[in-house]
Design a protein around this ligand. Structure first.
Ligand SMILES: C[S@@+](CC[C@H](N)C(=O)[O-])C[C@H]1O[C@@H](n2cnc3c(N)ncnc32)[C@H](O)[C@@H]1O
Length: 412
């Protein structure tokens, strides 16, 4: 329908990050993955609650999430395409606040693919909803790109020009200059349009390279977080080396194709995930709340991620990840007075039997964690080393890698 050159769905790498709201068992995301498009598939914790579990068991990125009252935990301008297939969301509620949240998350020129009875049914009620949605989205400066069969595809504007042409009393209003569109942890949604930064407006877009170049070229928003190009390049180099060392350490115990769903619990600039690009895995990059500004770099690089406070439990089902990487996460939560034992239990909940944890932290943290390995049954195999120091080492560090056993493996 979008008529990209050669009918390539990823439009030559320009469509990479997708948000699928109301994803079911994430079949849309599963279809896109081999096309080098990565979808953050969302389903709420409702009567369909085990959908996300199915998706993750299929090895497809997915998380619990709902378009409700709070912003989704992603920075602005993260996705090239949003998708709702029969997601049964009332998009007109509360002055269109849920569409305005999608508007915040979509990149300049981003698409909204909507496949729902309102887009094609001819009864009076569906016609009324369609007309109201069409009117609202027109006021938001979105345009219909194509409407065919059961689906309509809208596109957002590329710059602020259309907003500037709206009258001062136009609804929905533009968000005020004091609104930071990138803060997304426990932030109430607002019924306003997020205008583009001056740079995006000038450049009429995000300034992104297509995938896979965007993984390694300088992310357009790097300057916003105060990181230099040299620091970014150094970070990428160091993580390539660290990840190779991790794999060497696990080589004797890792089975082929046994690692698929990976979480980097403190993703920083995404160096850990970038170093895994050629492995058949996907990485959920997690930016702790105090480093959440860095999450936009993850999305600029064509990776996916979320914000999280590791003093709380994570929005996923039990035993859904094969590998958890925790770099300085324990020392950070301890500084905030949260319990490292609680975090160990949460990691154990998320970790699949036979899965691995990699904990890179201060020696005192690693010594503390070692005491719990047997109780957690993370003692199928473990290895502890002192890593070589590099520009990322904050202080003396140790690396502990442990493998979780099946609880009843001796009795079967
Ligand atoms: C009929 S299923 C469609 C599943 C899938 N998209 C498909 O086409 O097979 C609708 C899904 O939307 C989800 N949903 C409903 N309201 C939602 C909201 N406000 N935010 C996120 N998901 C929502 C429901 O939980 C359900 O999983």
């Amino acid at each position: 329908m979008l008529k990209f050159p050669g009918e390539r769905l990823n439009n030559g790498g320009h469509i990479r990050n997708v948000l699928d709201v109301g994803c079911g068992v994430a079949s849309f995301g599963a279809y896109l993955l081999p096309l080098n498009i990565i979808a953050m598939s969302l389903a709420p914790n409702d009567v369909h609650e085990n959908q996300i579990q199915f998706a993750l068991e299929r090895g497809i990125p997915a998380t619990l999430g709902v378009l409700g009252t709070r912003r989704l935990p992603y920075p602005s301008r993260s996705f090239e395409l949003a998708h709702c297939s029969r997601c049964r969301i009332d998009w007109l509620q509360r002055d269109g606040i849920l569409l305005l949240e999608l508007d915040r998350l979509l990149r300049p020129g981003g698409y909204f693919v909507y496949s729902s009875p309102e887009a094609y049914a001819h009864d009076a009620e569906n016609r009324r909803i369609w007309n109201s949605m069409y009117d609202l989205l027109r006021r938001m400066c979105w345009r219909v790109v194509v409407r065919k069969d059961q689906t309509v595809i809208w596109a957002k504007p590329l710059s602020n020009s259309c907003y500037a042409k709206r009258g001062p009393e136009s609804r929905p209003p533009l968000c005020g200059p004091d609104d930071d569109p990138d803060v997304a942890w426990n932030v109430p949604m607002k019924a306003c349009i997020t205008p583009y930064s001056a740079k995006m407006h000038r450049e009429k877009g995000s300034g992104l390279q297509p995938w896979p170049q965007r993984l390694t070229t300088t992310p357009p928003r790097l300057g916003e977080i105060g990181v230099s190009v040299e620091e970014f390049q150094k970070d990428a180099q160091i993580w390539h080396h660290i990840v190779a060392e991790y794999w060497k350490q696990m080589k004797s115990v890792i089975q082929r194709n046994s690692i698929r769903n990976v979480m980097d619990m403190n993703s920083n600039l995404g160096g850990f995930a970038a170093a895994l690009k050629d492995q058949d895995v996907w990485v959920m990059n997690v930016a702790p709340v105090n480093a959440s500004a860095r999450l936009k770099i993850i999305y600029d690089r064509g990776l996916i991620g979320t914000v999280h406070d590791w003093c709380e439990s994570f929005s996923t089902y039990p035993r859904t990840y094969d590998l958890l990487h925790a770099w300085s996460v324990f020392s950070q939560i301890e500084e905030r007075g949260c319990s490292s034992e609680d975090l160990l239990i949460e990691m154990d909940r998320m970790l699949r039997p036979e899965g691995f944890v990699i904990i890179r932290d201060k020696p005192s943290v690693v010594t503390h964690v070692l005491k719990f390995l047997a109780a957690l049954k993370w003692d199928k195999w473990s290895s502890e080393v002192e890593p070589s120091t590099d520009a990322l080492s904050k202080s003396e560090e140790r690396v502990l890698i442990a493998k979780k056993r099946l609880w009843k493996e001796n009795s079967v």
